[in-house]
Design a protein around this ligand. Structure first.
Ligand code: FUC
Length: 793
């Protein structure tokens, strides 16, 4: 056994050191067009707060910039004072079966005032121009996910030029460097601008300032400054640019800040000018080499926690073909490129690191990247799936710290959400609906058909519990518990008894979907959508468990459990599906993109294969029915479906949807398409691939629970299971060959081998350890800090 383990671990170690380009690099043979229509095809860079895009233009490069707090709007009370008065009437009409009349009352009286959000906005464009736009040799543009550096290299007239761009988290600057392999070859113009609400000033030849103010004085002030450092050559300022001539190397440091204050540590409301001056002075003093080295080390400390290979062993072809051609082969030829599957997985991890760092705002609908003053859906925070999906990969792909911005953000919704609960519902606790922004919007947004849905905070609060589940950090749970509890308290007050004495949610919606009444009328608002009840079940249960762990709030725990017993669990409908509403309605759109009634299957675990087999079967029927009617047409919907199939342990179906995500909803830069570009599908897709390889809900750590026939061999290192365990597995011929477990805390685990296999032995330090079996499952006590080797037969 020892030999086999050693061989398998050697393979794993190999996976840990080599970062093969097919799985960790996006690259292109020609510049990416950078017109407004192709903005979403550039290579994204980010440090959690700042974002930049690179296109690799030879004569011109436009680098669109973002700062994630730059939203149009300001904080104000948006609760509707008429809401509470209308609430009984809306409920009465819905219970009486008249959703049309209920809708009218709701539309008049329940929307926020005002009910529309304003947009997250771009910061500006850094524009570079270079001498000569002619033909080049050996053009290569790449984004290395392992270093988080975009590199352009080309040769012209016998000179090889190199451009590097990255966004540094430690130094809070975006860095651009243009250099050449011969002296005096770099001549370039530099300019920064924004189409509105900002002016550009050039205070000196080495410096440009973009100074802006939104909404006259009501909105945010902001600033983006560029410091130019030339080695050799000359610099000269013109009204519209700084021109560098005949330098050896030119380095640009870009710093930016806004007057936004609140939510997370980095937004102090300090004068943006003072912030950027400080950051630029520090960057210039530190110098390019050290900034780059620190950036790469900082990034790799996160990125390198996980390695993945999905095989059959990749062909060298995958290494020789540029990324756009690889994506195109999947789209047009149905090609299976497993190194691309792995690259897509790692790209999701890269994007999370780039758009969500501790101390920053959470990743919005587009991460931190947006080029439009009026972005699609305002590039906001949607709480009826999208924001949560952004964080699905955080724990399992070993980026738990990247989850923190979501927690800070939820915390910031507590006070405004408390006001909304009180003023609109006469309830305790706090509530948020389907959309929100950085100014604490918790009222009903857009239209009742999407916005009158009170479960946004209750869902998001479950991420706190998940973080605890993965890390078992009791101090974190103690801090998080009051938020979970307040989200639950709202529902204790808000749920109402129906005619059968059950406690139901409403007025609400099953996110964005509609139902058909027996008389043919179409309803949107309803009493008792299944998803709300699933959210309540899970939240109440989590609060009860948390209060028990913390040894507090016994009375509340009792109340939560009593109430939970009266909230309906999902029912099975006439198609064998999980019913989406309290009644078994038909739907005008049976292929709807939201599959909210399966919240219980994923991300929650109320429905599991072994715990609730009948409901798991109904979940399967639900997905099949959605897919048979054109479901999965948005990237995020497809990504959710991957996770569902993974939880149903159907690896081939999960893979089919990975393939469909790549073929139908992926741009040449691997960004997800709603369409348009929306980042949730990237994160959901990454989470789904992880879920195929490792699961840890419902009490078991399951190894390769949904391995598709398409990936008969492979390895992963460093995925994370609940209970603080890092897991490595390698497999071949569709069977696990070895696994390693590295617990960070001591706990007894139930370890489930892949289907059809059994655990042969568990050893640490070369010595077998005892365990108990329960069917195929090994029940084993693991100690913190050790590595356990698992073999299979
Ligand atoms: C949800 C979805 C839409 C879109 C939007 C941003 O409301 O229904 O498809 O993704 O969020």
């Amino acid at each position: 056994m020892r030999l086999r383990v050693l061989a398998a671990l050697a393979a794993l170690l190999g996976a840990g050191t080599a970062h093969a380009s097919a799985e960790s690099k996006l690259w292109y043979k020609r510049p990416i067009p950078s017109g407004p229509a192709q903005w979403d095809q550039g290579l994204p860079l980010g440090n959690g707060r700042l974002g930049a895009m690179v296109y690799g233009g030879v004569g011109r490069e436009k680098i669109p910039l973002n700062e994630d707090s730059l939203w149009m709007g300001w904080a104000r009370d948006r609760n509707n004072p008429e809401f509470l008065k209308a609430l009984p009437e809306v409920r009465r009409l819905l219970f009486a079966g008249d959703p049309t009349a209920a809708y009218r009352v709701a539309e008049k009286n329940m929307l926020g005032v005002p009910h529309r959000l304003q947009s997250y906005q771009p910061l500006g464009d850094l524009r570079l121009s270079f001498d000569g736009d002619g033909a080049t040799d050996d053009y290569r543009l790449e984004l290395d996910l392992d270093t988080a550096v975009a590199t352009l290299r080309y040769t012209r007239g016998g000179v090889t030029f190199t451009r590097e761009v990255f966004a540094s988290f430690p130094d809070q600057v975006i860095v651009v460097r243009q250099t050449a392999d011969k002296p005096g070859q770099v001549s370039m113009g530099v300019w920064i601008d924004r189409p509105q609400d900002a002016v550009t000033q050039i205070p000196s030849a080495d410096r440009l300032d973009l100074i802006g103010q939104l909404a006259c004085d009501k909105g945010l002030g902001f600033r983006a400054s560029v410091k130019i450092v030339n080695e050799g050559g000359t610099v000269e300022a013109f009204p519209e640019r700084v021109q560098v001539d005949k330098a050896n190397t030119v380095t640009l440091f870009v710093a930016a800040a806004t007057t936004f204050k609140g939510i997370a540590a980095r937004y102090t409301g300090e004068d943006p000018r003072a912030v950027v001056e400080r950051q630029l002075a520090a960057a210039a003093a530190k110098g390019f080499e050290k900034i780059r080295a620190d950036h790469v080390a900082d990034h790799q400390a996160l990125f390198r926690r996980v390695d993945i290979r999905l095989g059959p062993t990749r062909t060298t072809e995958a290494e020789t073909l540029p990324t756009d051609e690889r994506v195109d082969r999947v789209k047009t030829k149905g090609e299976r490129d497993h190194a691309l599957d792995a690259l897509y997985f790692q790209f999701g991890r890269y994007l999370l690191i780039a758009s969500s760092r501790p101390g920053d705002l959470p990743a919005n609908l587009q991460g931190v990247w947006n080029d439009k003053m009026q972005a699609p859906w305002n590039s906001d925070y949607h709480l009826n799936i999208n924001l949560q999906m952004n964080y699905w990969p955080a724990e399992v792909t070993n980026l738990a710290e990247m989850h923190e911005p979501l927690f800070d953000f939820l915390e910031s919704l507590r006070e405004p959400g408390r006001q909304t609960a009180k003023v609109q519902y006469g309830a305790r606790g706090f509530v948020a609906h389907h959309i929100t922004d950085t100014f604490g919007f918790t009222a009903v947004g857009d239209h009742p058909r999407a916005g009158l849905w009170p479960s946004g905070a209750a869902w998001t609060a479950q991420h706190l519990w998940e973080h605890y589940q993965f890390g078992r950090d009791k101090a974190f749970l103690a801090k998080a518990y009051p938020t979970m509890k307040e989200a639950a308290e709202f529902f204790l007050d808000y749920l109402v008894p129906d005619a059968q004495g059950r406690l139901v949610s409403g007025p609400s919606v099953s996110p964005e979907n509609r139902y058909k009444l027996p008389n043919g009328n179409v309803g949107v608002l309803c009493m008792g959508p299944t998803m709300d009840h699933e959210i309540v079940h899970a939240l109440f249960d989590q609060c009860a468990r948390a209060s028990q762990i913390l040894g507090i709030d016994g009375d509340l725990r009792k109340k939560l459990l009593e109430a939970k017993a009266k909230v309906p669990m999902p029912a099975v409908g006439k198609y064998g599906q999980i019913q989406e509403w309290a009644e078994d309605y038909d739907e005008p759109d049976p292929g709807h993109r939201h599959i909210s009634q399966l919240f219980a299957l994923y991300p929650s675990d109320l429905v599991t294969m072994r715990g609730t087999p009948a409901l798991a079967k109904a979940a399967r029927a639900t997905i099949e029915r959605r897919l048979a009617n054109g479901g999965g047409h948005t990237g995020w919907s497809r990504a959710w479906i991957i996770n569902f199939w993974a939880r149903l342990e159907d690896g081939d179906k999960a893979y089919e949807n990975v393939q469909a995500l790549l073929a139908k909803s992926t741009l040449p830069n691997l960004w997800d398409l709603h369409p348009p570009f929306q980042i949730d599908g990237n994160f959901g897709g990454t989470a789904g691939i992880a879920e195929m390889l490792l699961q840890s809900h419902g009490g078991d750590i399951a190894l390769l629970p949904a391995l598709p026939a398409a990936w008969p061999e492979g390895t992963f290192r460093g995925l994370r299971a609940r209970g603080g365990v890092e897991v490595d597995v390698s497999w071949s011929g569709g069977k696990a060959t070895a696994a390693a477990l590295r617990p960070s805390i001591g706990e007894t685990h139930r370890l489930r081998p892949p289907r059809g296999q059994q655990i042969e032995a568990i050893a640490t330090g070369g010595k077998r350890i005892p365990y108990r079996t329960d069917g195929d499952v090994a029940v084993v006590a693991l100690a913190a800090g050790k590595t356990y080797e698992v073999t299979f037969r």
